[in-house]
Design a protein. Structure first.
Length: 320
């Protein structure tokens, strides 16, 4: 016979229930009832915290994926800058730099920016309507890399030797480093927020467990009297709170997944307009992929495990 059965048998023998008592005065409820206002409130708190943690995890996954796409796109392009010099023909220098780039293996495509296009690139900083005719605005040549390995050091040396003082090569290494640093910082912040939310979940469960222990103090004393050990009582609380955590975590994770699905559908339908194109340029297609959905589901499972484990630890410490 199990410990639970022995405890029930001893309790029945030691504290017989008077059959003449009304049904509402008899205790037929479980040791730790879950269908109470406190239990529903705790499940709601866990659902909200899991939802926030899922949003943080999904946003971190989305930023990491988009940052990887941005880095790949930027790494596939390098830029040659040809600066105007006194007594030099800028168009001839640009054509010469383009010819040098085409001779290098691994350069799939070259595109020369006209003077008007180069001036328009300065409009975000200088504004529109300015006459930049007398300014030495550099001319740009965009080079798209192929899958073949390209020796950018040799290309830079050839440009410097052929066009000393006027040509330079920008491989965007500084921008790639800054982009990687920003993406890693955002992902780290997201992971930290998820950890903080799980800690908050554990604290909420701790207070709820202590309240349940205080409310069931007489029942716990009876169980001790009939021979039930601390482990049996702790397992009873753990099972009940694990059920609450599983319900709250499942609801919160499902809401977070639904939020990302709805956001992806909205941005996808609005991508035809200018605002939608800007959002897609910044955040991509607003899709977190299967890894993002899996991480949100795992957070819901972890929340339920944290709820059960914290309740068991709290009960054992309370009883000791």
């Amino acid at each position: 016979m199990s410990i639970a059965a022995k405890a029930r048998a001893r309790a029945a023998a030691a504290f017989p229930v008077d059959p003449t008592l009304p049904a509402n005065l008899r205790r037929n409820a479980p040791l730790v009832p879950t269908d109470t206002a406190a239990g529903r409130s705790l499940a709601a708190v866990i659902a909200i915290l899991t939802f926030l943690a899922g949003l943080c995890a999904g946003a971190a996954e989305m930023v990491a994926a988009n940052a990887g796409q941005w880095q790949t796109s930027v790494a596939q392009e390098v830029t040659i800058q040809v600066r105007p010099g006194p007594g030099r023909d800028v168009d001839a220098d640009v054509a010469k730099a383009q010819a040098i780039a085409k001779d290098e293996p691994g350069i799939a495509q070259t595109r020369i920016f006209s003077k008007a296009e180069s001036e328009r690139l300065l409009e975000p900083w200088l504004g529109t309507g300015l006459d930049l005719t007398d300014l030495p605005v550099p001319r740009l040549i965009a080079l798209r890399m192929s899958g073949e390995r390209t020796d950018l050091g040799r290309l830079r040396t050839r440009l410097t030797d052929a066009l000393p003082g006027v040509a330079g090569l920008d491989d965007h290494a500084l921008w790639l480093q800054r982009l990687s640093t920003a993406a890693n910082a955002f992902v780290g912040a997201g992971v930290g927020l998820v950890v903080l939310v799980l800690v908050a979940t554990g604290l909420a469960v701790t207070f709820a467990t202590r309240g349940a222990m205080a409310g069931n103090k007489e029942v716990v004393e009876v169980l001790h009297f009939v021979g039930a050990g601390d482990d049996y009582i702790a397992r009873a609380f753990q099972a009940r709170f694990f059920g609450l955590g599983l319900r709250g975590g499942g609801i919160g994770a499902a809401c977070a997944i639904l939020a990302f699905i709805v956001a992806g559908l909205i941005t996808g339908s609005a991508s035809s307009g200018p605002a939608g194109q800007e959002i897609e340029a910044l955040f991509g297609a607003f899709q977190i992929g299967w890894r993002g959905y899996l991480s949100i589901a795992l957070i819901g499972g972890i929340a339920s495990l944290v709820t059960g484990a914290v309740s068991r630890i709290t009960v054992r410490r309370y009883l000791s």
